[in-house]
Ligand binder design. Structure first.
Ligand SMILES: Cc1cc2nc3c(=O)[nH]c(=O)nc-3n(C[C@H](O)[C@H](O)[C@H](O)COP(=O)(O)OP(=O)(O)OC[C@H]3O[C@@H](n4cnc5c(N)ncnc54)[C@H](O)[C@@H]3O)c2cc1C
Length: 465
């Protein structure tokens, strides 16, 4: 048994769930503080065929950190943060919130911004290639990671970057991911950094990372534009992402979101059916012109101009944040009232498929809330079932929407990853051949299939633990 193995069920119980609301089981918990300790653990686990699930802050919505037997390995001991120039070296456990705080004090920022940024770990975001609203401008986590220290599943410790070639005996999958925002599956990489990013804790454990930072913009303003119907909102989205407008995010809120907001902020006008939030970086000299240009675009698309919310100072930004927070708060209250988990989509589609996808989301009859990263054609439909039967129906609806997204050239997960909850749906995207390629890589890197069993790929029966 590895040193420090905790077998107290009371302690382990704190590591069995994530934000997917699924619950697992484990026979032991490990909280190592260094790559060498982790390497020893992996060597033992390979020899004994013991499953290991890497667990960070457990904000995953897909069951990735939920153990299905074996040992849970928490990354919480992997700390450390050092900024040098426009780069930061961080331990895997450091939260994005801590990075933003430290970077901000130096006039810098880290572009990836999952909504969970205050609580999720940088290791978790690298493992999932997480993104967020600003991915419209800055892309996902991948381009901001310069190198990582990784403990591979066989116990080898290595610092890897984009110059580190993939070993000749690792058969990297040759599949072509959909040409959309994508966080699904092994990346068809020619280097080990891109291979480990997005591998969801199934090939190795990231212990530390060097990230690229950008200078803080001089000014940032937000606009919440309101529209009386979906089509006018979509017209505005098309205009917002056309050349010249340069927002750093374009987010969508449907009429059900607006209802949740009205419950807390009654002054929202009744005729508003859709809200589109944009944010733009600028400087003091150009700010007024940039804001006026947005007013013109809203008017041109038939928006409710007089009700547009503009935020360019701390107090108005705070009000906008308050409005945005009303949505998850309202959803959480409803989920608690229903006593049923929500079922959420994470599909993205090419530009040409957006309108069809939106029409399908709006046609869903079960209680739902639709919001998200419309700039990337990546919306989260949250189905809110009220009974076990409706929960089953929600997954049927989810499946039909997934089929539609695929038929439009879309993907299974644009940012949350596949985890365990969606592993059964991967084959539809990558086919039998793709699954075989993924399994071949997994076996080459992790012969006893110890890491992340059941995540991304349904695990073969290799051991009794
Ligand atoms: C309210 C809320 C909002 C969210 N918003 C977003 C969003 O906007 N965008 C987005 O992309 N996601 C979002 N998420 C999902 C989630 O926050 C991200 O996937 C995040 O990256 C997970 O980080 P974590 O530290 O919680 O990792 P965990 O949930 O603990 O683990 C996630 C996966 O990564 C693996 N893993 C964790 N650490 C490591 C490591 N160091 N090395 C190797 N593997 C590791 C785990 O095994 C697991 O498979 C949201 C979740 C919630 C609850």
């Amino acid at each position: 048994m590895p040193a420090g193995l905790i077998s107290d069920p009371g302690v382990i119980a704190g590591y069995l769930r994530d934000a997917s609301n699924t619950c697992g089981h484990a026979i032991g918990l490990l909280r190592p503080g260094s790559a060498s300790e982790i390497a020893e653990i992996f060597v033992q686990a390979q020899a004994q065929g013991i499953a290991i699930t890497v667990s960070a802050e457990r904000t995953s919505t897909t069951g990735g950190p939920v153990p299905h037997g074996g040992w849970v390995l928490s990354t919480e001991g992997l700390s450390g943060l050092r900024i040098q120039g426009d780069q930061v070296r961080v331990g895997a456990a450091v939260r994005l919130g801590e990075i933003q705080q430290a970077a901000g004090e130096q006039g810098l920022f880290y572009p990836p911004d999952p909504t969970s940024w205050e609580s999720c770990s940088v290791g978790g975001t690298i493992a999932c290639n997480a993104s967020g609203a600003r991915s419209f401008c800055y892309g996902p986590t991948r381009p901001w990671v310069l190198s990582v220290e990784v403990v591979w599943a066989d116990g080898r410790v290595q610092e890897v970057d984009r110059e580190t070639p993939v070993p000749a005996d690792w058969p990297v999958p040759e599949w072509t991911p959909p040409r959309v925002k994508n966080a699904t599956g092994f990346f068809p990489a020619d280097n080990l950094l891109d291979l480990i990013i997005g591998s969801e804790g199934t090939l190795g454990l990231v212990t530390a990372a060097t990230l690229r930072l950008l200078p803080l913009p001089e000014q940032v303003f937000s606009v919440l534009a309101l529209f009386p119907d979906r089509q006018r909102g979509l017209n505005f989205v098309q205009l917002a992402r056309s050349e010249g407008s340069k927002p750093r995010l374009i987010e969508w809120y449907d009429s059900n979101c607006l209802e949740l907001i009205r419950a807390r902020i009654p002054e929202l006008p009744a005729q508003a059916q859709v809200a589109v939030w944009i944010e733009q970086e600028t400087d003091l000299e150009n700010e007024d012109n940039a804001i006026m240009a947005w007013a013109d675009r809203i008017a041109a698309c038939g928006g409710l101009e007089e009700h547009t919310l503009l935020a360019c100072d701390p107090s108005s930004l705070q009000k906008l944040l308050h409005i945005r927070h009303a949505i998850p708060a309202g959803i959480n209250e409803q989920v608690a009232r229903n006593g049923m988990p929500k079922v959420g989509t994470d599909f993205s589609v090419p530009d040409a498929g957006l309108e069809e996808m939106m029409a399908a989301y709006d046609a869903v009859e079960m209680d739902h809330v639709l919001f998200g990263h419309v700039g990337d054609n990546h919306l989260h439909l949250n189905l809110l079932p009220t009974s076990p039967l409706e929960l089953e129906q929600a997954w049927v609806i989810w499946g039909a929407l997934y089929d539609l997204a695929l038929s439009l050239g879309g993907t299974l997960s644009a940012e949350h990853g596949v985890g365990k909850v969606k592993a059964a749906y991967l084959r539809k995207l990558i086919g039998d051949e793709g699954i075989q390629e993924f399994v071949a890589l997994k076996r080459a890197v992790d012969p006893a299939w110890i890491l992340g069993r059941g995540t991304l790929l349904a695990a073969p029966m290799t051991t009794s633990v």
